[in-house]
Design a binder for this molecule. Sequence first.
Ligand code: F0G
Length: 456
Amino acid sequence: MKTIIEPFKIKMVEQLRFTTVEERKQLLEAAYYNPFLLRSDDVLIDLLTDSGTTAMSAKQWSALIDGDEAYAGSRSYYKFEDAVKDITGFKHVIPTHQGRAAEKIIFSILGQEGKIIPNNTHFDTTRANIEVSGAEAVDLPLGIKPEVLADFKGNMDTEALAELIKRVGRENIPVIMLTVTNNTGGGQPVSMANIRAVSEIARANGIPFYLDACRFAENAMFIKLREPGYADVPVKKIAQEMFSYADGCTMSAKKDGLVNTGGFLAMNDDALAMNSRNVLIVTEGFTTYGGLARRDLEAIARGLVEVLEEPYLEYRLRSVQYLGDALEAQGVPIMRPTGGHAVYLDAKRFASHLPQEQYPGQSIVCALYEHGGIRSVEIGSVMFGKYDTRGALIPSQMELVRLAIPRRVYTQSHIDYVAEVVCEVFAKREALPGMRITYEAPVLRHFTAHFERIAG
Ligand code: F0G
């Protein structure tokens, strides 16, 4: 049988609310053309993020009821700790309410003015937490163009890493990070060979090496499918090997923990763990709950088992690719090959008549909502653009629109509908207007910025 089916059936459903194009025009205007400011009830298919949007399994819901809500030392914490240690092998496991809380803790300890933290590509909150600490976040992606096919486009440029260490000095690099899969770089996987190579460079220089492990299971499955020598290795073993090269990780369990909230920081270093727990107690909560209800830890423990089930991962990667294939068949420019959790439209080619200063990605995002009620997110110059001293935009290297697929939520016909809407917007792409920012916050502006359409 060639058809890969959803390895679950549906037990509970949530009604969708349909709106008209006219209604969405008004809703979008009232949201200042920023879909982050829309109400989810006004969205038909929500592809804003794959984070915290997972449908939990019956076993996870029943584990919630079994949660032990003790402030300290709850049974649920120990189940969670065992589950994390089983996969990562790290000595210390520190729960946090989500991924960025783990980032905040570690960078508030390791980051400061003059320090430099490299990554294949930093996620926006990772970069922000590093910059808030005074340190500098440096991206070292391979820089492969969106239209070029390659198996592991998420890899770090290890030559650039070695050069950076030589140039700035190992004493100024408190940690080297690697994000698996590389979300900002298109949800592209990192190969085991690259993880090993980065680890070797880190160890040779005495620098700790951490994984940003949000989508570790999807990355492990890509290794199984694409990297020579791994086809017959169980995906859990692959994940364990990935972690074995690192000294610690930050994790948002809202992705490959298959839960709606939660995360953790894990590491081998005793002194750093002690410092991290002290920050945790001040900012998040006690060491055995870290800002979560204990029942949430139960759901993560179970989620970490389910996410490594191979029929699930096979379905997951295949269903994302299904959308990518449908778009490519109609000539829609996308990042190739499709990523693990999302399809990324290449806005530079999609809306090639718009200069980067007019935010082509944002224009597409608005059109997808207006035309079909689909919410997506711009990952380009709105998210990463900066200004030079004269106030001119320094655009992002890539202009992408991310269609992130929540885990176990939408069916194949929802995805068929998404493909149809994207293709219809693409067919009328010349009519896409440029966008102008009318309000922006000094950090992470994309969440709250206001826009208007440029008449023309
Ligand atoms: N690292 C990566 C690679 C991420 O994708 C995210 C979140 C985080 C860290 C932070 O985790 O949200 O739990 O605090 N990404 C979400 C997204 C928000 O939509 O891609 P968090």
